[in-house]
Design a protein around this ligand. Structure first.
Ligand code: NAD
Length: 473
């Protein structure tokens, strides 16, 4: 599909300069992405604005039908998209990797296409009729991270266009290629200008946050960037949905069967090599089952193959980029003196196995850590899990909440009612019982505290792309 182009006003648009996108499995070029400048962004925003004037008045049923066509397009081109995704992101084709992500994009698009924003009658009596209408905002700017580039783009774009907005999206400079291709495919079924894609460095995102022609930013990424976007968006009073970092805690009660929960704990923590916003990032285990849970989790993790994404047997790929690799390696180094390394922790070994190139990091589990240790307090966003021992449930809850983030959390127990009582005390947007991170398109998802505000998915997620107009008659 090389060369890649911007997608603006229904056309593939070249830029003067390009930037290199690396394949994290071999550090070689995965492709060249167009380097958009502010001028290109302006053109894209103008195109989106022109398209909005018509798209907003297209009946909802037609917009729903268009979203179904997007789902069919993605499905038809699934293998091409999955391979491109693996080449730039690193995740395996198999397991919960690229093919799964593209399948998720199809499923999410189909489900979202069935949502609707009917007029709500608040009052209808002798004193008058009051109707609540949901109006599209205008041009939505979507800024995405590098961990699930296709799925997160879908999460932003589909509800935006379904509710009558038009979009300018900007993927992460680490993984722009699959999004460019995705938007090309969307443009085969949408009117020109409804979805546009510009690629460039971080400053392009900053320009979007301040842009006068953009009415809302939906952003998924780090807390620090979310704060910058919020500050830059203030002058133009933009609507914001901020899905930011997480440092999810899991609490294991003494009544569990350690063998039974090992698989759920593993995937909760290591899905996408731990590069998942709502992954399990700190595990609090009761003293009574501590050693057994550690043993079972390590035994399960040992069976999981880390390797190149194109290796059909691999279920975990490399870390996506060098910067993140260094963050993960630094956090593990800081944890080694205090904790007990149960698994992994030695990157040199795995580099040898994978040919000496690529940002491969071994699955790593470190026990006997506590709050106050960097690996517990900071988001690792990589294939590393700290385990913390507790004796009193109140202490576990306090320590789980003792963090600025509040995205997700989980409680592991045979007693669902007891688990729910503990869930009630956790400061986070989603809580799972005996699983972790299982988001779904019919349930709103979002963070509290520094993990952001606003939700995605379901009716509540769709409403975020609208302003309310109340009509009194
Ligand atoms: P990041 O914040 O560095 O980058 C995300 C996007 O923001 C990229 O497209 C980047 O180019 C852009 N950007 C960077 N600086 C900007 C600025 N000043 N203004 C506007 N845009 C700017 O995040 P990342 O490293 O790509 O992703 C990892 C982080 O994302 C983790 O913290 C993770 O927890 C979080 N995340 C959250 C969710 C969620 O749903 N809550 C989902 C996935 C990832």
């Amino acid at each position: 599909m090389d060369p890649f182009r911007l997608v603006v006003d229904g056309r593939r648009v070249p830029t003067k300069r390009c930037f290199e996108v690396l394949n994290p499995a071999n550090e070689k070029r995965a492709g060249l992405a167009p380097l958009a400048r502010k001028k290109d962004l302006d053109v894209a925003v103008r195109a989106a604005r022109r398209a909005f004037e018509k798209w907003r008045d297209v009946p909802e049923a037609k917009r729903q039908a268009a979203c179904l066509k997007i789902a069919a397009k993605i499905e038809k081109n699934a293998e091409e998209l999955a391979r491109l995704l693996t080449a730039e992101q690193g995740k395996p084709l198999n397991g919960l990797g690229s093919r799964w992500e593209i399948g998720g994009a199809v499923a999410w698009t189909r489900y979202t296409a069935g949502l609707s924003l009917p007029v709500k009658v608040l009052q209808d009596n002798d004193e008058g009729r009051v109707e609540l209408h949901r109006k599209p905002i205008g041009v939505v700017g979507s800024i995405t991270p590098w961990n699930f580039p296709v799925l997160i783009a879908i999460w932003h774009i589909v509800p935006a266009v379904l509710s009558g907005n038009t979009v300018v999206c900007k993927p992460s400079p680490f993984t722009p290629l699959s999004t460019l291709r995705l938007v090309e495919l969307m443009n085969e079924v949408l009117p020109r200008g409804v979805v546009n894609c510009v690629t460039g460095k971080d400053r392009l995102g900053a320009a979007m946050a301040a842009h006068e022609g953009i009415g809302k930013i939906v952003f998924t990424g780090s807390c620090a960037t979310g704060q910058q976007i919020m500050a830059r968006a203030a002058d133009t009073m933009k609507r914001l949905t901020l899905e930011l970092g997480g440092n999810d805690a899991g609490i294991v009660l003494p009544d569990v069967d350690p063998k039974e929960i090992a698989e759920g704990l593993f995937w909760g923590a290591f899905i996408n090599g731990g590069q998942t916003c709502a992954a399990l990032k700190r595990l609090y285990v009761h003293d009574d089952v501590y050693d057994e849970v550690c043993d079972e989790l390590v035994a399960f993790a040992r069976k999981m193959k880390v390797g190149k994404g194109t290796n059909e047997n691999a279920v975990i790929g490399p870390i996506q980029n060098r910067k993140q690799y260094d963050v993960v390696a630094g956090l593990v180094r800081s944890a080694k003196s205090k904790g007990r390394v149960l698994l992994g922790g030695k990157p040199a070994k795995i580099r040898k196995k994978t040919g000496g190139k690529g940002y491969f990091y071994p699955l790593t589990i470190i026990a006997d850590l506590d709050n106050g240790d960097r690996l517990v307090d900071e988001e690792q966003f990589g294939p590393v899990l700290p385990i913390i021992r507790y004796r009193r449930i109140e202490d576990a809850i306090d320590r789980a909440n003792d963090n600025p983030n509040g995205l997700g959390g989980s409680v592991w127990s045979r007693n669902a009612e007891k688990a729910k009582r503990i869930a009630d005390k956790l400061e986070c947007g989603s809580v799972w019982i005996n699983k972790h991170g299982m988001i779904q398109p019919n349930a709103p998802f979002g963070g509290v505290k520094h993990s952001g505000f606003g939700v995605e998915f379901g009716e509540e997620g769709l409403q975020e792309y609208t302003d309310i107009q109340v009509v009194f008659s």
